[in-house]
Ligand binder design. Structure first.
Ligand code: SF4
Ligand code: SF4
Ligand code: FES
Length: 525
């Protein structure tokens, strides 16, 4: 007996454009039979061979080595030969953003290559080296990590700063190229000066360049941009004047901002006890919640109390030094980190939670490096973002959802870069929002697009920062929400300012604020 197996079909919508003939780009829909282990390029070949032989696309090695097949796949740049087709999805394929289109999916990369050529991409030597020249694996390790780029330009196409009209930023690929020579002990060119004049301080630390670097997973933000910023500070070429005041405050007061009201830690007891606690944690408020957005700290207390979690509030913590890492001012980081970790050791902290993703990503990723460099013991507490803690550690089934009251509001969500890409926390805040009865949640496309607050850009590059937040607010308010939820105090401030400038009625609130309002049965309309 024969069985007829119905072939699975995948839907592709592909951008076509011939600048010599067409007024503007247009899309054609194609139904492609799905085959096992199919990649996007297989679908393009199928269309070319069976449906439309005029489709223009570029490819060469088919193995993620040549970089020529990079296109936008559902608005994200990536290699067509490396990205698997998921038969449950629909695909929109477009040419790479930030480049002129030659035809259909083929772009003119000339502008990118010209920019790279201007950086003198070869070893510059002034003195004659000793022969034989002694090189160690360690001395070349950073340069080698950055060397593996295949010049697919996905990072350049993805970078929100390159897309912005407000800045002439040479882009992540240029920063990677300059850092590759800067960290090569043989090179004697002034790469730091070149980086500063090519927009070194324009990067928002959003990490999109790392996320789209599927071929080589190059960490351009940390290894290239923050590495070059640290060298710029060593050579008195950085940070920007606006950043220096934050660094001076950290050195002088232990906080990155001025104390203008009673700190949150002085408004509350050091232990918030509950009857029969299911867990016990310590809260790291960070400078912004402790000194400006104290209501968020009070709302954390409310949410944890409602969930029978005992909370410790450390009174003598100091800045996490995120701003110092991001701007290259490494000279203040170790003192503060050692002070914090010794203090938490003394308090016998077992679990440390933070609501600021800038603080928590620094605690998770930068503190261990500094402690190792300083020969200190690694910290012994477990670090958690608050969303991560509630969903992954406490667990959905243990959360108190009975006391949540309806909030009849429409909400969209902004993914903070340091929560999403730095800590891979995206589902958890959405799960928490959807627990609130009556709340209508709409996810937007590009919910993870940077709002322009990070990397010292809000302080140091105000026009660029405002342009990025204007674009993000337009996306977030498209579904006409009452409230934009986010999970970062810094993004909260940035989006609130952008909304004020646009004179919109939408409010910005933290996910924790919304949960606390729901527990308290507050009306938010
Ligand atoms: S971190 Fe973001 S802003 Fe910075 S270079 Fe990468 S993509 Fe651009
Ligand atoms: S850094 Fe990665 S994404 Fe950027 S051009 Fe090189 S290989 Fe492509
Ligand atoms: S075809 Fe060479 S990287 Fe995809």
């Amino acid at each position: 007996m024969k069985f007829l197996i119905k072939k699975q079909i995948v839907k592709f919508r592909i951008c076509h454009y011939n600048p010599d003939l067409d007024d503007k780009p247009y899309f054609i829909d194609y139904d492609i039979p799905y085959t096992d282990r199919q990649v996007i390029m297989d679908a393009l070949h199928y269309i070319f061979q069976n449906i439309n032989s005029s489709l223009a696309y570029r490819w060469n090695c088919r193995s993620g080595q040549c970089g020529s097949c990079s296109i936008n796949i559902n608005s994200v740049p990536g290699l067509a030969c490396r990205i698997n087709v998921d038969p449950s999805k629909k695909y929109v394929l477009e040419p790479l953003y930030n480049f002129p289109v030659i035809r259909d999916l083929v772009v003119d990369l000339g502008i990118g290559f010209k920019r790279l050529a201007k950086l003198r991409p070869y070893l510059e030597r002034i003195s004659t080296p000793d022969r034989p020249e002694k090189l160690t694996r360690e001395s070349l390790s950073t340069a080698m990590d950055l060397h593996s780029c295949i010049q697919c330009f996905s990072c350049y196409a993805a970078c929100p700063v390159v897309s912005s009209t407000k800045q002439e930023f040479s882009g992540p690929i240029a920063m990677r190229e300059l850092a590759r020579f800067e960290f090569d002990p043989r090179d004697e060119g002034d790469r730091v000066q070149m980086a500063v004049s090519s927009g070194l301080y324009d990067c928002t630390s959003c990490e999109l360049c790392k996320e789209v670097c599927i071929p080589k997973h190059i960490d351009t933000r940390r290894k290239a941009i923050e590495g070059l910023r640290a060298r710029a500070v060593e050579r008195n070429m950085g940070p920007l004047e606006e950043h220096q005041s934050f660094i001076d405050k950290i050195k002088n007061t232990g906080y990155s901002i001025d104390v203008i009201t009673k700190p949150f830690t002085d408004q509350v007891p050091s232990i918030i006890d509950v009857e029969d606690p299911i867990d016990e944690v310590t809260f790291f408020p960070g400078c912004l919640i402790n000194l400006r957005l104290q209501h968020v700290g009070h709302n954390i207390i409310e949410v944890l109390r409602r969930n029978y979690i005992k909370l410790h509030i450390p009174k003598d913590f100091v800045c996490c030094t995120s701003v110092a890492f991001r701007t290259g001012s490494r000279n203040v980081t170790s003192d503060m980190i050692l002070k914090n970790t010794k203090y938490f050791e003394k308090l016998e902290v077992k679990k440390l939670i933070a609501l600021c993703p800038g603080c928590m990503s620094t605690i998770k990723q930068d503190w261990p490096v500094v402690l190792h460099e300083q020969g200190a013991q690694p910290y012994r507490f477990e670090p958690f973002d608050i969303n991560e803690y509630l969903i992954r550690e406490i667990g959905l089934k243990n959360l108190n959802t009975q006391e949540l009251n309806p909030l009849n509001i429409k909400v969209t969500y902004h993914d903070p870069c340091h929560l999403n890409r730095s800590q891979e926390i995206t589902k958890e805040p959405r799960i928490l929002l959807k627990l609130i009865p009556g709340l209508k949640f709409t996810d937007i496309q590009q919910s993870d697009r940077c709002c322009g607050a990070g990397g010292g850009v809000r302080a140091g590059r105000r026009n660029l920062s405002e342009e990025l937040s204007r674009i993000k607010v337009k996306l977030l308010t498209a579904p006409n929400p009452d409230i934009i939820a986010t999970s970062c105090p810094f993004c909260f401030v940035q989006l609130t300012d952008a909304i004020k400038r646009a004179d919109l009625p939408t409010k910005v609130m933290n996910v924790i604020d919304l949960l606390a309002s729901s527990y308290r049965a507050e009306s938010l309309k």
